[in-house]
Each structure stands twice: as structure tokens, then as C-alpha cells.
Design a protein around this ligand. Structure first.
Ligand code: PDD
Length: 280
């Protein structure tokens, strides 16, 4: 069954040709919008509650009224589009208003949901290579904003380097996260990942993997992996809704852990996949 290129705009299911966004939409003019991405497998929307909770929490922080219909809109779109495997992209902008930096108080948000067919790489099947860049993003990386120019600049460097991800690194060498993924590193008997302190997006996948690791006997520490300790990384992997869990085997042209896919990378990738099959 092929997916019909449909979207849901302000509660109405439309073809992409029919859907029209106002040029004065603040999402377009200012990047005044938040988004989220949820995986769809065999028409099931995975962990929609967790993604909507993050989106709603973010909208509250930036003073955008969270629409109540998001859950229904997502389900309506999956049914109408016959999306089997892929993802939903949800974006909520502050809405349409004459252009001024200061937003008007009472404004109706614009809600756009896209249904996108996508074939996901199998767990731990894709040896990923990355470059590092100084983190020139802002201090609110926990807000999943559509203002992603800094990330896009990193992704251009990544593309030009012919690799798969850009890792953003703090001034003290703390490896924060990928441009669109979180990072885990195993050093000895501890799995490290950067703390959720506003310098990273607190990934839904990251949270699940921390629980899975603990349950499987590998303690997790929210401690930033350090670039200067990279020779001590016994394995490293990237994770996210679209990424799943994939091994990171090279950074800035140098191998990580001899490019071998680590046992915990494999194990957690499979545990996540099992969880995907069970979750609704
Ligand atoms: N991005 N960090 C960043 C900067 C991200 O953009 C993402 C996901 C993640 C992983 O978060 P989660 O596990 O909740 O998907 C971490 C999405 C998929 C995107 O921008 O397309």
C-alpha cells in the first residue's frame, strides 16, 4: 500500500498541493514554532504520549497555546494517508500576525502534521561516522524549535565531509549530542550521556535507553563524554526516533573502539526494537 502525500493542517486532512500556509505565519517569518517527530510502524504511532508531552511542555514554556487535538489529528492522518512505516512530523507555530518581533497576546497557533513514508535502518546496522564542531547553538536546546540554522550549518559541514552526523562539543570538550541524535559512550562499566541541562534535546529514545541499560545491569551516568577521553570510549552510539540505535565508529577521521560494534550497542539496539514492537 503506498502512502498518499497528505498532511493535516489545522485539523483538516489535505493533499500537500491543497495545503497553504499564510506568508505572515510566525513559524515562517521568525522560526517561532516547535516541532516533534514520531515513528510509525505498521500503522502504529510509537510513544505518541511521550512526544506530545515534550511538545506540550515546550509550547507552554514559550507561551504558545497547545492545541488539544494533536492526538486525534495524528491518528486521523495515519488512517487517511495509509502510512505503514515512516514518521509523522508535527509543527506548531504561534500563528499568523502582522510582522513584529513581539507577538500579539491572543493568536491562534498553526498546526501542521506531515505523514512521511520512510524505511528505517535495522538496529545497529549502520556504522556511523561523525565530525565534531564547537557548539555554537543556544542554551535552550531542550526546546525542539524549528529555528535550526545552527544545526543546518553543522549538517552542511557534515555533508561536505562525507559523513553521517555532526557532534556538537562544548568549550571544555564535552560532547553534547548530534545534530539530530543523542550520544551515548561506554567507558568501562558505565554508560555516559550528556545531562539534560538545556544543552541537549532530552530525547525520548535517550530516556528509554537509559532505563533499558539500567534494567540490563549497565549503570547510566548523566556525565558529559569528553573529547579528550575518546581513546577510553569502549563503544559509542547515536540514538533518536529516526536513527534508532546505530554505532558511532569514527570521529573526525579517527576510529572509535577499532570500529567494532560494541556488545551494549547491539544489545540496546535490539532491546529498543523489541520495545517498538510492543509499544503502541
Ligand atoms: N530529532 N537531539 C537532537 C538535536 C534531535 O534533533 C533529536 C531528534 C534527538 C533525538 O530525540 P528523540 O529520541 O526524541 O527523537 C536528539 C528528530 C528526529 C528530527 O529533528 O528529525
Amino acid at each position: 500500500m503506498t502512502t498518499r502525500p497528505l498532511c493535516c493542517l489545522n485539523g483538516r486532512v489535505l493533499s500537500l498541493e491543497e495545503a497553504r500556509i499564510d506568508p505572515l505565519d510566525r513559524g515562517f517569518l521568525f522560526g517561532d514554532a516547535l516541532y516533534d517527530v514520531v515513528r510509525v510502524v505498521e500503522r502504529r504511532i510509537l510513544r505518541l504520549d511521550s512526544h506530545l508531552a515534550r511538545l506540550r511542555g515546550g509550547l507552554e514554556r514559550v507561551d504558545i497555546d497547545a492545541p488539544t487535538s494533536l492526538d486525534d489529528d495524528c491518528r486521523q492522518l495515519v488512517t487517511a494517508s495509509q502510512l505503514e512505516t515512516g514518521y509523522l512530523y508535527l509543527q506548531v507555530s504561534r500563528g499568523v500576525a502582522p510582522r513584529a518581533h513581539e507577538p500579539p497576546a491572543n493568536i491562534t497557533p498553526t498546526v501542521l502534521i506531515l505523514a512521511v513514508a520512510h524505511a528505517f535502518a535495522a538496529p545497529a546496522s549502520r556504522a556511523m561516522r561523525a565530525i565534531s564542531r564547537q557548539d555554537y547553538r543556544w542554551e535552550h536546546c531542550d526546546l525542539k524549535t524549528t529555528s535550526l540554522l545552527a544545526t543546518v550549518m553543522g549538517k552542511i559541514d557534515m555533508r561536505d565531509a562525507g559523513v553521517d552526523e555532526v557532534l556538537f562539543v562544548g568549550a571544555g570538550g564535552q560532547v553534547r549530542e548530534g545534530g539530530s541524535s543523542n550520544l551515548f559512550v561506554r567507558q568501562g562499566d558505565v554508560l555516559k550521556t550528556h545531562p539534560a541541562d538545556g544543552r541537549i534535546l532530552e530525547g525520548v529514545t535517550r530516556g528509554i535507553l537509559m532505563t533499558l541499560a539500567e534494567q540490563s545491569g549497565l549503570p547510566c551516568s548523566e556525565t558529559p563524554p569528553l573529547l579528550e577521553e575518546r581513546d577510553d570510549w569502549q563503544e559509542a552510539f547515536l540514538c533518536g526516533t529516526l536513527t534508532g540505535v546505530q554505532p558511532l565508529v569514527e570521529l573526525d577521521g579517527e576510529p572509535i573502539a577499532d570500529r567494532v560494534v560494541g556488545p551494549w550497542t547491539q544489545r540496546l539496539a535490539e532491546a529498543l526494537e523489541t520495545g517498538n514492537a510492543e509499544s503502541s
